[in-house]
Design a protein around this ligand. Structure first.
Ligand code: ADP
Length: 488
């Protein structure tokens, strides 16, 4: 390119003509002038380059999708560096074709483009096998090219005559093609079109265009990553929705299956109980043991089914409270009487300590019963023979705290964090004391019930000394209307 100033430089004024009297001085002056002039040209190019790069970085930071980013970048390059026209073509995902991506400014309508190429602009593509095409050459050997014939870029898409006509229409004299590279990978080409016939580019101009294509490479890779991230996020969102649907189906299935299982199991349990306790003929010891084990297992199964039903209600946000006012002491007396029988069988003493006056609770009576039964049941399960269990009530401001203290196995610090989660059977206490009798769902359900009432549940425990499980129920926060509904 001989007339380099006609491309991307802002042309400084021409060198000053030296004085005529001393030829040697004149010669020296002319050289200095020329040098200054060239430096000025270079500086002008550098200034424009820096401006363009700044603008490009701004665009990279504010736009994300590949199309938008490419469009804004080509517009910035064309306008800042005063090019006639700039095209950007990118390699297809399978790296088999070079596809037109964006152009600036838009001169030809889609109809005009269709009349030449038979497809819209963004579907124009050249297979990488077309080694005669200058753009493909540029992709293959990663070196820039220049031509004064548009046909070199468009072969074999259109013939020479059409290319000539198009070149005239677009008023393009020269086209320079630069590979867009990221790391070692070619991502596409930048085609810069000028309306002047030019020879070689100056060093400064070459550097400018190199820097610009490097930034373009970075921007395109960024935009590609962003687009693929968006696609992945979109896929994840859809997968999540599907999972939620499946979860709902699972909940419904568990709910229906549990209901269906409960009825026959309750019948089996009743018949076994009748054989054990209402049988006129005394049972053989062995038979009694077997029937008793079957009875216990059925009981456990019914509990498991009931717990699963409750968990499915909790997870499907279908657990509702039926609140009413009731006397907490009366309720606890009933529960303690029931549990005392089991505790007595294990030689465990169970007491109820009343630290406050009569308490009327505004809560779901059945669910509070479930929590207390669970805590007392666990205390009996995990306390050795001859141990001691105490249930006590305290009031803190407007909150009632109910504690179940036992002298059982205790829970290690590490295990405490696993409590109140689904299927949280702990290694130490569970395996030693209550093999195969729990579901690991009890405390999880307790926590959900307590938190639905606006309370909390926690444990203090020391291995070998025992545990105290406490839950709180605020007396006035539970409003009947907000949770009202049926509950089974
Ligand atoms: P499970 O039906 O197995 O008893 P829970 O959710 O009620 O299920 O309890 C979870 C685990 O917490 C139990 O398996 C047991 O290891 C431990 N645990 C619960 N209560 C006590 C307690 N009072 N003393 C010692 N360990 C307990």
């Amino acid at each position: 390119m001989t007339d380099s100033t006609s491309t991307i430089s802002t042309v400084p004024s021409s060198p000053i003509t030296p004085a005529k009297n001393n030829p040697e001085v004149q010669d020296q002056l002319a050289k200095v002038n020329q040098e200054i002039y060239e430096r000025n040209v270079e500086l002008a190019v550098r200034n424009r380059t820096l401006d363009t790069l700044r603008k490009m970085y701004e665009i990279i930071n504010t736009s994300f999708g590949i199309r938008g980013t490419a469009q804004r970048l080509t517009a910035a390059i064309t306008e800042e560096l005063k090019f006639k026209k700039v095209y950007l073509a990118l390699l297809s995902q399978d790296k088999s074709q070079l596809k037109m991506a964006v152009r600036h400014p838009i001169q030809l309508s889609e109809e005009e483009i269709m009349s030449y190429f038979k497809v819209p602009f963004d579907q124009i593509s050249i297979p990488l096998t077309q080694s005669d095409n200058l753009c493909i050459k540029c992709v293959m050997d990663k070196r820039s090219r220049m031509t004064n014939f548009l046909y070199d870029l468009l072969t074999p898409l259109i013939d020479e005559k059409q290319a000539e006509e198009l070149q005239k229409k677009l008023k393009i004299e020269t086209a320079i093609i630069f590979p867009i590279i990221f790391g070692k990978e070619v991502l596409g080409v930048l085609i810069v079109c000028l309306d002047k016939h030019i020879g070689n580019l100056s060093r400064a101009e070459k550097e400018t265009l190199k820097e610009i294509t490097e930034v373009l490479g970075l921007a395109i890779r960024n935009a590609e990553l962003y687009t693929s991230l968006e696609t992945t996020t979109d896929k994840l969102k859809r997968a999540n929705i599907r999972l939620q649907e499946l979860d709902k189906i699972k909940d419904e299935f568990v709910s229906v299956a549990s209901h269906e299982l409960r009825t026959p199991m309750t019948a089996i349990k009743s018949y076994l109980w009748m054989v054990l306790y209402k049988n006129m003929q005394p049972l053989d010891d062995k038979v009694h043991t077997y029937i008793f084990r079957a009875y216990e297992s059925t009981e456990r199964l019914i509990r498991l089914v009931q717990d699963m039903l409750t968990v499915s209600r909790i997870e499907g946000n279908r657990m509702e409270l039926r609140v009413s006012d009731f006397n907490l002491y009366e309720l606890i007396d009933q529960i303690v009487d029931e549990i005392k029988v089991k505790a007595g069988e294990k030689g465990i003493r169970l007491t109820f300590t009343r630290k406050v006056k009569d308490v009327t609770l505004h809560a779901d009576r059945d669910k509070i019963t479930e929590v207390i039964m669970n805590l007392l049941g666990n205390a009996v399960k995990y306390t050795h023979q001859g141990g001691f269990i105490d249930l006590s009530l305290t009031r803190k401001d407007n909150t009632i705290e109910i504690s179940v203290k036992d002298t059982g196995t205790g829970i290690s610090e590490a295990d405490k964090s696993k409590l109140f989660q689904k299927f949280s059977r702990l290694e130490h206490s569970y395996t030693k004391m209550a093999e195969n009798t729990g579901t690991g769902l009890g405390l999880y359900i307790c926590r959900q019930i307590v938190s639905l009432h606006g309370g909390e549940i926690w444990v203090d425990s020391e291995v070998g000394k025992g545990s105290t499980f406490t839950f709180s129920i605020p007396q006035e926060t539970v409003q009947g209307d907000s949770h009202a509904g049926s509950s089974t």
